[in-house]
Design a protein around this ligand. Structure first.
Ligand SMILES: CC(=O)NCCc1ccc(O)c(O)c1
Length: 760
């Protein structure tokens, strides 16, 4: 990472890190923990709270202990230290979260045994009177023996095994961090796929949150490639509607289950259950709410779609691909996200988070008192000599990039956004909201415990938001011997995956750009043809309102109070996206055609703050090129763009080569393109990687291509949450309605209700 002047905050931070990394800094010392037994913990609900300044607990029976769960990909036997039974073997026990035998998750219980069969009524249907509230999550599994439970689906994948139908039930609720559930149990690390403990600790700071099944993150969906996934989303959030998007799942043939409100479905009303069904493309993905700001309040979880090792070009590089070695990063507030929208002028301004969580875990240092909460950190356990696949998911909502570093261990990146790449070795990975990076860690250091550091960059540098986790060798100590890395004195960063400086046109020994990764899968040769069938330039920026314009009587335009106080909306190609009143996919004819717009069809009198349903039509099977141009040009702010329904090839990333041009814009990008000066990797052997989310470097551009062979209405948008809600989206309509499967019978409808005014 260079130390040039542009990225002021970040550059400052990274330069400090690079140069002072070896120096030792005094950190506040953690006092010895007084409470040691499990009983004591359950009666003291406050031992982890800020102000008590208690340290790590070291008992192996504590919440701090190692993690379990095994998906073995290589036939070298099960990892004795990371498993509670080889669920890769057909005869091995599987733990069924729905087992009604009262057994805990560790004691097994195979599903076709303990579930009582239901009484059936005269027409053969199960009698519903036997279902109580608590069994709502199990009812479908009991009723339908063809379904597999979450823990049965989280398994090693074999070539000739019949696919399963994996059933999940998400109950969405308003919930609490550090609620009274924490007097009943302490969550342990086995709750990846399902949890029997309803205590949510987060970073040890009490707040109201939104949860799926009272877990943070919500349940992990882990299946094999040809499995069918069924998720019943039961919405019990008071006064809230919701949709869930399955980020990275292409939804071929199930386009109407993509989870975008008013594009692919009506939002799920409070009290309603909506059944999503899809088959997943392989890779590391995640799910999250796509409505409002709910994602930032806790509605997210991981998705892993595994393959038999023979189908993964990188499977020879790792021995284990464990259910528990998913690493979901999220940013965290100590208040509802809505407190930051539209935004404030005096207290808690801007949208930057207070903290970062790793798999929903972490500690918080109160900047006013210096006290640290004592909640458990995430621990990943490894066995000496073995190689582990980690699946990292950036589920941030804010604009902060996240930098992940493992003390004493290299990271071999083998996939991004679910798609395999030729392996590259790095020391640290910078990722943006929506991105995933899979990497291999070899347990080749001295057996011990090592720090994992996740640092929020960009705006997160202001509060110096970071989180720690622990990489622990089995049978070794729980506590690293080194001082915990601080924000300013971090783990030496070495080679950076995804540098923020956009210097991607040269080979360098300090960084690897995403556009320099090489795809490990076959690339459609048409993608690499010189001229795409369709070429779209999409500049994006903010429009800054003058308060006199925004607060005109009887006008109610939406806005965000950005850090610094500007009142802004987002524009892509000079349009701020507004959702239509009914879903495009299911009620197209209910929508007034005048609602739609794009750069070539702007509504008459649409001013500087043009708001309409931005839709660009693309012929089915066309080779499409999109050039994203950052006209925001705020140093530090690089917008990650996510396309639903596809993985696109990243053809180029860069900034203007023209030294005289200080700021890029559409006009200049068009000019560069005409002169052949936009970076495009189209040569034989360039192998541009496939991704579904890519950050456009500030004051730079990104070029992506894809073959539009998945018909549908696909949202394309900046993945920052607060930018979505102020319009940084558009819809790509690929093909026509006739190319799409019809929506299932009785698909919910919605829309305006504006009957003639009548007095009767
Ligand atoms: C002049 C201008 O474009 N101001 C917008 C600044 C802004 C907007 C949104 C953010 O998230 C952010 O970090 C910064």
């Amino acid at each position: 990472m260079g130390c040039s002047g542009r990225l002021y905050f970040l550059t400052l931070v990274l330069c400090v890190v690079t140069e002072l990394a070896i120096g030792v800094r005094v950190v506040p010392k953690r006092k010895k923990e007084a409470i040691s037994t499990a009983d004591d913990q359950s009666t003291s609900a406050s031992w982890w709270q800020a102000g008590t300044a208690t340290p790590f607990r070291e008992s192996s029976s504590s919440a701090f202990s190692s993690t379990h769960g095994l998906v073995q990909t290589h036939p070298s036997g099960s990892d004795p230290f990371a498993s509670f039974g080889s669920i890769g073997s057909t005869s091995g026990p599987s733990s069924n979260p729905f087992a009604s035998s009262g057994s805990g998750p560790l004691s097994g219980g195979v599903r076709n045994n303990p579930l009582p069969s239901l009484a059936r009524n005269a027409n053969g249907k199960p009698s519903l009177k036997h279902l109580d509230f608590t069994s709502s999550a199990t009812a479908e599994l009991r009723r339908n023996p063809a379904l597999s439970a979450p823990d049965e689906c989280a398994r090693a994948c074999r070539e000739n095994e019949p696919p399963r139908i994996c059933y999940y039930h998400f109950t969405l609720e308003l919930y609490t961090v550090l609620g009274a559930a924490c007097q009943v149990c302490t969550p342990n690390a086995t709750n990846v796929v399902w949890s029997h403990c309803q205590c949510v600790l987060a970073d040890g700071v009490e707040r109201g949150i939104l949860t799926a099944n009272r877990m943070l993150p919500g349940p992990s969906i882990q299946v094999c490639e040809n499995d069918k996934v069924v998720i019943d989303v039961e919405n019990h959030m008071e006064g809230m509607e919701v949709t869930i998007h399955w980020h990275g799942i292409w939804q071929r043939g199930s386009q109407y289950y993509d989870g975008v409100p008013f594009v692919t479905q009506c939002p799920i009303q409070q009290g309603n259950t909506f059944r999503y069904q899809w088959q997943g493309n392989a890779g590391t993905h995640f799910w999250h709410a796509h409505t409002g700001l709910q994602k930032l309040d806790g509605l997210y979880g991981s998705i892993v779609v595994r393959q038999p090792p023979s189908k993964d070009p990188n499977s020879h590089l790792y021995d284990y691909d464990l259910t528990t070695h998913v690493m979901l990063l999220s940013d965290w507030l100590h208040e509802d996200a809505a407190e930051r929208y539209p935004g404030r002028l005096a207290v808690n301004t801007g949208q930057d988070p207070e903290n970062v969580l790793i798999n929903g875990k972490g500690q918080f240092r109160d900047p006013n008192t210096g006290f640290m909460t004592n909640t458990p950190l995430e621990v990943f356990t490894i066995t000496p000599g073995r190689r582990y696949r980690f699946r990292m998911i950036n589920a941030f909502a804010s604009v902060c990039p996240a930098q992940v570093t493992f003390e004493g261990h290299n990271l071999t990146v083998i996939a991004t956004d679910g798609e395999p790449v030729h392996p590259v070795q790095v020391n640290t990975i910078i990722s943006f909201s929506g991105e995933r990076y899979d990497f291999v860690i070899e347990a080749n250091n001295i057996p011990g415990a090592y720090w994992i550091q996740v640092r929020g960059l960009g705006e997160c540098g202001i509060k110096r938001a970071q989180q720690l986790g622990i990489l622990r060798y089995a049978r070794g100590p729980y506590q690293p011997s080194s001082q915990p890395p601080t924000y300013d004195v971090g783990i030496p960063q070495g080679v950076v995956m995804n540098p923020l400086d956009a210097r991607c046109n040269i080979t360098r020994n300090d960084a690897i750009c995403v556009s320099q990764l090489k795809n490990a899968k076959h690339i459609d040769p048409a993608i690499l043809q010189e001229r795409p069938d369709v070429k779209i330039f999409l500049p994006f920026r903010f429009f800054v309102y003058r308060p006199e314009m925004l607060f005109q009587p009887n006008t109610y335009n939406r806005y965000l109070v950005a850090p610094g106080g500007d009142h802004v909306i987002s524009l892509i190609d000079e349009i701020s996206y507004m959702a239509p009143p009914a879903p495009l996919i299911s009620q197209y004819d209910d929508i007034n055609p005048e609602q739609f717009c794009n750069g070539d069809n702007r509504p008459a009198n649409c001013g500087q703050n043009c708001m309409c349903t931005h839709k660009v039509d693309i012929p089915l099977n066309a080779v499409v090129e999109v050039v994203l141009v950052d006209e925001v040009q705020i140093a530090n702010l690089s917008h990650p763009f996510h396309l639903h329904g596809y993985a696109y090839n990243v053809i180029g990333i860069g900034r203007s080569p023209d030294q005289n041009v200080k700021k890029i814009n559409l006009k200049h990008a068009l000019d560069l393109d005409r002169r052949g000066l936009l970076e495009r990797h189209l040569k034989q052997g360039d192998l541009p990687p496939a991704k579904d989310t890519i950050a456009v470097p500030n004051n730079g551009y990104v070029i992506i291509r894809f073959r539009a062979n998945n018909p549908g209405f696909w949202l394309f948008h900046c993945h920052f949450l607060f930018h979505i809600v102020i319009g940084m989206n558009l819809v790509l309509q690929v093909g026509t309605q006739a190319d799409l499967p019809p929506v299932p019978p009785n698909f919910p409808t919605c829309g305006d209700h504006l009957p003639p005014i009548s007095l009767h």
